[in-house]
Design a protein around this ligand. Sequence first.
Ligand code: KMH
Ligand code: ZN
Length: 297
Amino acid sequence: MTSNSSVAARSAGAPEPPGRPVAAATLITVAPTGAESDKAAVPALPVTLDELVATAVECRAAGAAVIHVHIRDGDARPTLDLGRLKDTVRALRESTDLIVQLSTGGAVTDSFEDRLAVLDAAPDACSLTCGTVNFGDDVFANPWPFIRELYARTKSAGVVPEFELFDLGQVATLHRLLSEQGLPHGGHVHCDLVMGVPGGMPGTVAALTAAVAALPAGATWSATGIGRTALPVMLGALGAGGHLRVGMEDTTSFARGRPVTGNAELVERAAALAGLAQRPPMLPDQARALLGVSSRS
Ligand code: KMH
Ligand code: ZN
């Protein structure tokens, strides 16, 4: 048998390879702002509500289905002001059909109380980080009592959590959370591997593979690589059947020495790579069905 005919024989009627199923389409989440970059240093960062809405519209057109939102105050500093959060949710819903996912991570300086209160802005979804991690020179604190309280509140508020995982130990905590409190609102577990944070797991394909192998059965996942790990993580995630998160929260350089000009070009690049991988971007309605987020009536 030639090597070509052996390939044909293997692919005709051969069972699916073992492991997690590869999704037919790619969920792209855009994280446009974050809490870490300064507007003065990164002028293209969307920090006002108008800038955020304009970015959201462009990113939706480029292939995003979910927006992961951090907001800023009038001086462009990170804030969890509830009035601003409510205005933001409303404005994003009025101008796009994106799934609105508010950050409950906020900035490293935010109190647990303020982070819990984010749910009062009634987003479709929220982030929920599964453990404390060194975060550059800072510490992003997520002790167990806070995690379980936040998770319980997502259920009573009817908000779909996305489990943010910065290292392998946080995957173990996710298992602990699910075994204690059961499935999230919406009934589906979706995780985001945040890789390459100084203090968290590295943005490598080896780390990605180990983290994915440890996820709960049936969970779907996306991945994002911070800074220069953005591309290796994106390519690895596409190859391993995962989904993508991109945006200026995680990456402010498009290429070496070339700053990002706007979030849309990061979404366009992710959508193009997803298309090349024969897994084109998912529409928001498909993403709602995947994640268990109710349709907007
Ligand atoms: N800004 C980081 C300290 C999240 O959004 O939930 C936390 C963060 C995670 O970005
Ligand atoms: Zn975030």
